[in-house]
Write a protein that binds this ligand. Structure first.
Ligand code: T1G
Length: 701
């Protein structure tokens, strides 16, 4: 028996244990190991039934995703990795096969479990077909067996959206036969004894649920809305629908056709890139797993505004008691009221019980003083974006915080080193840039100053996971990774508008490209006053003679700040967009001739190239400067903080997909047409000239 799959017999019950840490993926050797073990059990007279279980923390979590690249590159054939021979042996076993599930039975793991005759699970196990999150669909008959176990509508929903369900729901749906209390293996063996003498039910022959109603077109519409632009969810629904129309074997063939189409799509390559990217960014060159983490048991937040209140919720949600300090009672009361309202909304939507809300709220202690800050393991400053104020606060913290406490700033653009210079412990100072709303957005930009210690970085990276955030480490520059790149993206969107392209067309085009919102709508959401203030603060840095967008500044100067005032690029009724603001069109119509701006309407392609390639060009500069460690770090920032479509993999993966030669040629063209801002980044030119990619260059870092 292979090391990956172990075999033993306990009083007539064969036990097949998969031992392929960390998640028992179906890596080469595992499917064959299971098949050999089941065949062996079938041939041994003493064996009456078979239990299949995962070692370590989980049942099988799916196919080995790393194998897909070998298939799409032609290094391996699809046939070499198919699970169908194993599925046939499982379902055809003369002795009943009981699947014992703990942890996550996902993808191929659940498909193997479905080919078994029975499934038992511990209460905190989860089952799911999350393949669409990788841009593919179940490829081992999951779309054919799951409707036979759970019914067509439930199966179609699980395959289309990829969301896992807990064991109890799986029991109710008919996917799991029993919840095991206590020891899973013992419970599974006892269950196996019970069913040993009974005829083993073959899932592929259980057709009674296939006639259950399912509105496939309504589900397709829901998938197109919720997973806008993604192809795999529709393919998954098509595959499940085929199960209701075709015999099992033909349904499996239809599933295989759809799986193959998805596997070779650019969307799947992008989404697999994103999956591994979220894990790659946790690995910091030069900071190994041996670095001892600082214990984080208590936190303190300074500032109970939108950001501070959201950050306090993040800590409370993670089970970490947190002090929340303000300077005035009314501000503190407003902050607490907002937090309470947010939780109450979750309770009203059934996302949280009242008891959980009360327990979580109790972890937040409002205060007007620094009492208790001496016990905090991490203190996060979340006050107004003003350097003098931040330095004053850090100077005070330097006196009252424990020497090993982490002093973090939530600044979105300001210089970490300058803030750290207000303390005697710059090694303990780090940027913790949350994205608004902090209790919702997944991205957390960690910003290392010159002196930030490895221990503080490693601790904040680990803490990011506890806070259920995707943490990415950035170097210290204006805007770090996200905002530094977003500035040229927004600039180009506005210049397109000033040059005659209707700004609502700019927004619509980028929305259709896959961005969560168009650039002007984003500015209205963030508040035009934010850009206005930043522009005033940094106007002295603007290059004389170089053109910068003006019309938004003109609108903000009139007191129109977007959603918060009801008028910005668009008109608003509450948060509802009530259409383009005619006043903005008037401003542009007056401004263009005044500045002798030639007016032309850009094509949709040019709108995307002018905005997205501006992101890419700046991203190439960040890479060269070391502000971003790898191109995938930039991608993960944009996928989790800026609404970039996951099925395009992020701006740098998108550039690699388009081809750097093509991107560089366009950047050079724009440089000729628009000058200064479009100076091609040297790294982009270099890699384009070499026929290379950002990913390949990053792999050498
Ligand atoms: N293949 C290869 N590596 C995997 C993997 C997988 N399926 N799942 C996780 N890893 C690696 C991961 O990259 C990380 O590596 C380590 O394991 C720990 O993962 C045939 C075609 C199971 C919920 O989509 O959702 O089956 O960084 O940090 O937070 O029809 O991993 O340590 O080097 O995420 O405890 C379907 C994907 C595949 C499940 C555990 N299955 N994995 O989360 O640990 S397609 C999935 C997860 C398929 C079939 C189709 C999560 C997890 P490293 P981790 P975690």
């Amino acid at each position: 028996m292979s090391e990956l799959v172990k075999y033993s017999v306990e009083d007539g019950i064969a036990i097949v244990t998969i031992d392929n840490p960390p998640v028992n993926a179906l890596s080469p050797g595992v499917p064959d190991g299971i098949r050999e073990a089941v065949l062996r059990a079938g041939s041994e007279a003493a064996v009456q039934a078979i239990v299949i279980i995962g070692a370590g923390r989980t049942f099988i979590a799916g196919a080995d995703i790393r194998e897909f690249g070998k298939i799409t590159s032609g290094e391996k054939s699809r046939e070499a990795t198919t699970l169908h021979p194993l599925l046939a042996v499982l379902e055809g076993s003369p002795k009943p096969v009981v699947m014992a599930i703990h942890g996550t039975a996902f993808g191929g793991g659940l498909e193997i479990a479905q080919a078994g005759h029975y499934r038992v699970a511990v209460a905190n196990a989860q089952v799911g077909q999350p393949e669409v999150k990788l841009g593919i669909i179940p490829g081992a008959a999951g779309t054919q067996r799951l409707p036979r176990l759970a019914g067509v509508a439930k199966a179609a929903e699980m395959c289309a959206f990829g969301d896992p369900i807990p064991a109890k729901a799986a029991l109710e749906a008919g996917i799991v036969d029993r919840i095991i209390e206590g020891n899973l293996l013992a419970g599974a063996i006892a269950f196996a004894r019970e069913v040993a003498a009974k005829p083993a039910p073959k899932t592929s022959e259980r057709n009674e649920k296939l006639s259950e109603p399912c509105d496939f077109d309504a589900l397709r519409a829901a998938a197109r809305k919720r997973l806008r632009g993604q192809e795999a969810p529709i393919a998954a629904i098509d595959a499940v629908e085929a199960a209701t129309k075709l015999p099992f074997a033909e349904g499996v063939r239809r599933e295989a056709e759809l799986f193959q189409q998805c596997l070779f799509s650019t969307q799947s390559k992008a989404m697999i890139h994103a999956f591994f990217g979220e894990r790659t960014v946790q690995k910091i060159p030069g900071i190994g797993k041996d670095v001892e983490l600082l214990p984080i048991r208590k936190a303190a937040i300074i500032g109970a505004g939108t950001m501070g209140g959201g950050i306090a919720m993040v800590y409370a949600n993670a089970g970490i008691p947190v002090l929340l300090k303000e300077t005035a009672q009314d501000a503190l009361d407003r902050g607490l009221a907002t937090i309470r309202r947010n939780y109450a909304n979750s309770v009203a939507k059934g996302k949280m019980t009242q008891e959980a809300m009360d327990r979580t709220m109790a972890r937040i202690t409002p205060t007007l003083s620094f009492d208790g800050f001496g016990e905090a393991d991490i203190i996060v400053e979340a006050v107004f974006e003003n350097m003098a104020l931040k330095k004053q606060i850090f100077a005070e913290l330097d006196k009252i915080a424990r020497p090993d406490a982490i002093l973090a700033t939530n600044t979105s653009t300001l210089d970490i080193d300058e803030i750290a210079s207000a303390t005697t412990r710059p090694g303990q100072v780090i940027g913790n840039h949350f994205f608004s709303p902090a209790n919702v957005m997944k991205l957390l930009e960690l910003v290392r100053g010159k002196a930030t210690s490895d221990r503080v970085i490693a601790t904040c990276m680990d803490l990011g996971k506890r806070l259920r955030k995707v943490a990415v480490l950035a170097g210290n520059c204006y805007g770090f990774i996200g905002n530094r790149m977003f500035a040229p993206y927004i600039r180009e969107a506005m210049l397109l508008a000033e040059d005659g392209t209707p700004f609502e067309l700019v927004d619509q085009t980028l929305y259709e490209f896959g961005m969560a919102m168009g650039p002007m709508a984003v500015c209205d959401l963030a508040g035009l006053d934010v850009n206005y203030r930043i522009r005033q603060e940094y106007k002295h840095l603007e290059v004389p003679g170089v053109r910068y967008p003006e019309v938004e500044t003109m609108l903000a100067a009139r007191g129109h700040y977007g959603q918060k005032t009801g008028r910005g690029w668009y008109l608003y009724e509450g948060t509802k967009n009530a259409g383009p603001n005619p006043e903005m069109s008037d401003i542009i119509a007056a401004y263009a001739p005044e500045k002798s701006l030639p007016q032309s309407r850009a094509s949709r392609d040019e709108i995307i190239e002018r905005t997205v390639y501006a992101l890419i060009n700046e991203g190439a500069r960040l890479l060269k400067e070391g502000i971003a460690i790898r191109s995938v770090d930039i991608d993960i920032v944009y996928l989790n903080g800026y609404g970039f479509p996951v099925w395009r993999g992020g701006p740098m993966h998108y550039a690699d997909t388009v081809g750097l030669a093509r991107v560089a040629a366009k950047v050079r063209e724009f440089h000729e047409r628009f000058g200064y801002h479009w100076k091609p980044a040297p790294l982009l030119e270099q890699l384009a000239g070499q026929g290379s990619t950002f990913a390949a260059w990053s792999a050498t870092r």
